[in-house]
Design a protein around this ligand. Structure first.
Ligand SMILES: C[S@@+](CC[C@H](N)C(=O)[O-])C[C@H]1O[C@@H](n2cnc3c(N)ncnc32)[C@H](O)[C@@H]1O
Length: 382
């Protein structure tokens, strides 16, 4: 049937083929996309099959391509085939009368496909998954491919998601409530929701808080559009968060600015939230307060050192407070520093809940000697 396609395919060396796309008719499978990839430096073909809105991947050896194509054409009714090579794009279309129409055009782009192996492989969520909300949020394009401008963000939130999953899944709960403070455009909230609800099939209630009314409204519209029934966004200041969300299992902050992180940590501590995942940023408060003892003043001679040391002190103090309040604390680089320099995640799990904050002697001495009164300490002692 598609003799001409197979003939033209055979005239090319396999490395010249950039992609082959089958549009299928009257089949459960709607689309098959075949692209070259490198798997541990071995050239292979990735077969992406779209079946009932879901996308599946499989890889086959280079030499298996032609037999796979035969099998595909025997199994399915192909409405259209497009083959893109380094120089041409070939189109073949089956008419209603059963004839094959074909034509070729010059490949203007002549862009070689990215042979870098699909690094998203290790991610929990991958491009190609039909996460429609991510198209609306500008992370995916209409074909569920990551937009070039969103690659870093996608990587960040995927890493973040895997760390959340690693901690929470050990609890083996069937229902979860998670709060994302300072959610902004809420890429992370949408991914977390999608993963737990549609992949793990766990009942998840997810709440995002942000100061920006327009962003919150947009996120609520997107959640409604895709019928994400238990994903809600609240316009409000974390410092005044007072809604009753029942038992909350996890609190997230990703780059909540300056003391917004302290208000979020305070909320988590006082509501005895089991899991905390917090990536602080813009830790300016301590840099403005710090007055070190004379013997340490050389460390703060330069603005850059003062700023960086203050940021480290801020987070080290937060961790010490969390430990004091019964949390087991980890500090991890959640993504490579080239992706974002603000990459230190404070991950904490409540193991010995306590209601009273009593700073450790070491923390008390440090705060006194450096003349510090960080927001989190103030909130817990007020
Ligand atoms: C740098 S953005 C990060 C957004 C999102 N978490 C992300 O990583 O893509 C910080 C967000 O925190 C919000 N924010 C800062 N202070 C806040 C506060 N006190 N209450 C609620 N939201 C706050 C800002 O409006 C902003 O959207």
């Amino acid at each position: 049937m598609y003799q001409r396609f197979l003939q033209e395919l055979s005239q090319h060396q396999l490395h010249q083929i950039h992609k082959i796309l089958f549009h299928l008719d009257k089949n459960e499978v709607k689309k098959v996309l075949i692209r070259p990839i490198l798997l541990k430096d071995i050239p292979m073909w990735q077969i992406e099959t779209t079946r009932a809105e879901k996308v599946y991947h499989q890889n086959i050896a280079h030499v298996e391509l032609v037999s796979y194509l035969y099998q595909c054409m025997q199994e399915y009714i192909c409405k259209q085939i497009t083959m893109t090579t380094a120089s041409q794009i070939y189109h073949y279309r089956l008419t209603k009368k059963g004839k094959i129409l074909h034509y070729a055009e010059t490949n203007q782009q002549q862009k070689a496909p990215e042979m870098e192996h699909n690094r998203t492989k290790s991610y929990l969520l991958e491009e190609g998954m039909p996460i429609h909300a991510l198209v609306d949020l500008g992370i995916f394009d209409g074909n569920f491919r990551i937009k070039a401008s969103a690659k870093k963000k996608f990587r960040q939130i995927n890493h973040f998601l895997s760390l959340i999953v690693e901690s929470i899944e050990t609890d083996q709960q069937e229902a979860l409530t998670i709060i994302d403070f300072g959610c902004g455009k809420s890429y992370l909230s949408f991914l977390v929701y999608y993963y737990f609800v549609f992949i793990k099939e766990i009942e998840l209630t997810m709440i995002g808080y942000d100061l920006k009314a327009d962003v919150v409204e947009q996120c609520n519209l997107t959640a409604k559009k895709y019928d994400y029934q238990n994903l809600h966004f609240i316009h409000g200041d974390i410092a005044k968060a007072s809604h009753d969300h029942g038992k909350v299992d996890a609190m997230i902050t990703l780059h909540a600015c300056n003391v917004a992180t302290d208000y979020a940590l305070h909320y988590a501590i006082t509501h005895q939230i089991t899991h905390i995942f917090s990536v602080p940023c813009c830790q300016h408060e301590i840099a403005q307060q710090i007055a070190p003892p004379a013997s340490w003043s050389f460390l703060f001679q330069h603005g850059l050192h003062k700023e960086r040391l203050s940021a480290l002190f801020t987070d080290a103090i937060r961790c010490e407070i969390l430990r004091t309040m019964g949390y087991q604390v980890d500090v991890i680089e959640f993504v490579e520093i080239e992706n974002t320099p603000k990459n230190a995640l404070i991950r904490a799990k409540l193991t010995h809940p306590t209601h009273h904050f009593t700073p450790t002697p070491a923390l008390q001495t440090f705060l006194k000697e450096f003349h510090l009164k960080p927001t989190l300490v103030r909130l817990l002692t007020e």
